[in-house]
Design a protein around this ligand. Structure first.
Ligand SMILES: N[C@@H](CCC(=O)N[C@@H](CS)C(=O)NCC(=O)O)C(=O)O
Length: 223
């Protein structure tokens, strides 16, 4: 079998999840930057919902980060552990990514880099929801073990890392994070992993996301 291909744009949070998981599993893969093709027929042929990432493995093409990650890593086999892990994976899409990334990071980092002013109402709406997410993580990590679910590193850790990383680059993140010491220790532990260091070393500088000009028109939250 040939190496899989990951399609996406370099700064995508969900693309980062897939690339972290592949790096962790030691799977060599090719990254194809879809930035110039986002929303165009060649992209929509791979992902009819106009999103990334997409994984192509020989004649098998797959979208949705949860499906891709569990295609690559089917652990744990214990049903309750797997259910708990899936609870976190789903929570990233429902409660973490929307507020940390789609609301705050887009308004604070992505749009300003394109000369588009932040919408303060979007940020204000999101911050209490981000705080709730951080409280939940802090409580979970109260078990005193290394990773989100306990002693073992799982997909749950890799799913939550990119959203919390990018939010941590905003002024709001820098102010809020010190209130959550167990979460900060988890972040330090994650960043020290060889997988994460290898992944970060391979990342290009955080260039503006050109196709995000369209997001400001087509799907920006409004309050
Ligand atoms: N449910 C999808 C979500 C993927 C997603 O939202 N990806 C973002 C990038 S992090 C995207 O493709 N954005 C492009 C756009 O909104 O135009 C998954 O799990 O893969």
């Amino acid at each position: 079998m040939s190496d899989p291909i990951v399609f996406g744009f370099p700064r995508s949070t969900y693309v980062h999840i897939v690339r972290l998981v592949l790096t962790h599993k030691g799977v060599s893969y090719t990254f194809r930057d879809l930035e110039p093709e986002m929303g165009k027929p060649s992209h929509l042929a791979l992902h009819p919902f106009n999103r990334v990432p997409i994984l192509q493995h020989d004649d098998f093409t797959l979208y949705e980060t949860g499906a891709i990650a569990t295609y690559v890593d089917e652990k744990p086999s214990n049903v309750r552990e797997r259910a708990r892990m899936n609870q976190w994976i789903s929570s990233v899409s429902s409660y973490y990514y929307p507020y940390m990334i789609y609301h705050v990071t887009h308004e604070r980092l992505v749009f300003p880099q394109l000369g588009i002013a932040s919408d303060e109402k979007v940020v204000a709406h999101a911050l209490p929801k981000v705080a709730l997410g951080l409280q939940v993580m802090e409580r979970q990590l109260g078990h005193g073990q290394k990773y989100l679910l306990g002693a073992e590193l799982t997909l749950a850790d890799f799913f939550i890392l990119p959203s919390t990383f990018a939010f941590g680059l905003t002024e709001e993140g820098k102010t809020m994070y010190p209130e959550y010491p167990a979460f900060c220790r988890w972040r330090e532990r994650m960043e020290a992993l060889p997988t994460v260091q290898r992944f970060r070393a391979g990342q290009p500088p955080r260039a503006p996301i050109e196709h995000a000009r369209q997001w400001a028109v087509s799907h920006r939250p409004k309050y």
